[in-house]
Design a protein around this ligand. Structure first.
Ligand SMILES: [Zn+2]
Length: 155
């Protein structure tokens, strides 16, 4: 999936269960579960040569910028209501968001730089076991939009 739903999922879990021993394993489990849903993301088509690495990197930077904006908007800007801006809350939200994309960050050097150290390979293979993508953007985006809307409603 895109970084947006993955990170928002991690931040959401961290906001409800603000202890790393709880939200880190749950967030990682959710990453694999979400990747199991057929989806479209910036890496779709990369391995079969249907997307250039340069355009995937550019799209990923846009994805990450939107992710940071949405995390801020969802968890630090609750219009009209007081927002928890304590250091602990802030740390857990951003750590949850980071953990939400951790498996993709670990895989990024392989996807973008064709560099995969031996100790990373088993993690990427585990990640790949769950990964289902679709080249159909509409079919691949809808579940991600639904997930983001559900997080917005539940947060
Ligand atoms: Zn992934």
């Amino acid at each position: 999936m895109l970084s947006i739903p993955h990170s928002l999922t991690g931040a959401f879990i961290a906001s409800k269960l603000p202890h790393p021993a709880l939200y880190i394993p749950l967030t990682l489990a959710m990453h694999y579960l979400c990747d199991w849903i057929p989806h479209w993301d910036v890496g779709t088509g990369l391995s079969v040569g249907k997307r250039k690495r340069s355009s995937a990197i550019l799209l990923e930077l846009v994805d990450l910028a939107l992710t940071a904006g949405l995390i801020y908007w969802f968890f630090f800007k609750d219009f009209g209501k007081p927002v928890d801006m304590s250091d602990a809350y802030t740390f857990h939200i951003w750590m949850g968001a980071l953990m939400g994309i951790a498996p993709d960050l670990v895989e990024a050097p392989r996807n973008f730089l064709r560099w995969e150290p031996w100790f990373i390979k088993p993690l990427n293979e585990f990640h790949g076991m769950f990964h289902h993508s679709t080249p159909n953007i509409l079919v691949g985006i809808v579940p991600q939009i639904i997930l983001v809307v559900v997080i917005w409603l539940l947060k």
